[in-house]
Design a protein around this ligand. Sequence first.
Ligand code: EPU
Length: 335
Amino acid sequence: MSNIQYQISLKPYNTFGIEVFADRFIAIHSEKELSKVLESEKDIFVLGGGSNLLLTQNIEKLVVLIRNKGKKITPVGKNKVLVTCEAGEDWHQFVLWCIENNFGGLENLSLIPGNVGSCPIQNIGAYGVEVKDTITQVEALEIATGKAHVFQKEACNFGYRNSNFKHEWKGKYIITRVTFALTSDNHRLNTFYGAIQDVLKRKGVLPCIKEISDAVIEIRNSKLPNPSDIGNSGSFFKNPVISKKDFSALIQKHKDIPHYVVSENQIKIPAGWLIEQCGFKGKRIGNTGSHEKQALVLVNYGGATGTEILDLAKNIQTTVATTFSIQLEMEVNAI
Ligand code: EPU
């Protein structure tokens, strides 16, 4: 392939801003270009928005940067549209485009870094909404055969920050486009999250999809570091879910522990709280640390290596496990 580049720094392509190198690198701009790559290369490293990735070493495989663009609108019924978006579109720009077109459903997911093609993998979520609530199907190319597959929502097995793409389909498919069912009128708004209500109340505005997006952007900007200023990957760990029995024991010792009931026997604890209680919030260790406004976000103050960040993550996991008997699971993909 003539457009392969050699010894390319991946620093601009991961939101942690970590400097590692790709031996060989190619950017694809269409499914056709991707198919062509798959004809001769099977052992590849697929890179989307690089927003959920911790790079700890140089990449010897061919790095394939997904940059196919385009959107297609299919009206269905009175108040509904299906929007199919190519995987290489920037997620936040796509959300803003939906809002400009008065398509509702994704406004709570404003300002999440990453690409459209990555959103189903970990079922991105924020402020009471998960992307699975609107996804109808995910299209992908199978790496081994180059064959196109269409996965209906049910087949994807979406859960909290989870899907089949993270497990049995991991490394087998490249997502090429995603279809969302959005409202074109009579939007059902999700203003349940307290911080959104607070912003809307303060501004005295009647909620609409644009106002909710603006509120979410304001909230995120107030506590989450912008990767273009300080390298980060959003939430580094998942919020752990523990049994009611374990929770009862925990609340005896920690009366003020925040929690959400997930089901009859499952309680979710904010990992940010656990990390803060262990004294990591705002603490800087070398070029890395846990962010001062949101302990769940690990940051690169500049020049950190992936290993340095991984070491901090392990330190946090061990301390939280010793203090609370809770094992934090990484949300970010470490390579
Ligand atoms: N908290 C602390 N200290 C902290 C951070 C949080 O005590 O430093 C406690 C507080 O009690 C707070 C609660 O945690 O009320 C919840 O915090 P927040 O609303 O910031 O949400 P989160 O559970 O920490 C999750 C997602 C975020 C998403 C927010 C808002 C996960 C792993 N993270 O964070 O997603 O933006 O909810 O819905 O579920 C991401 O995945 O990259 C991400 C930013």
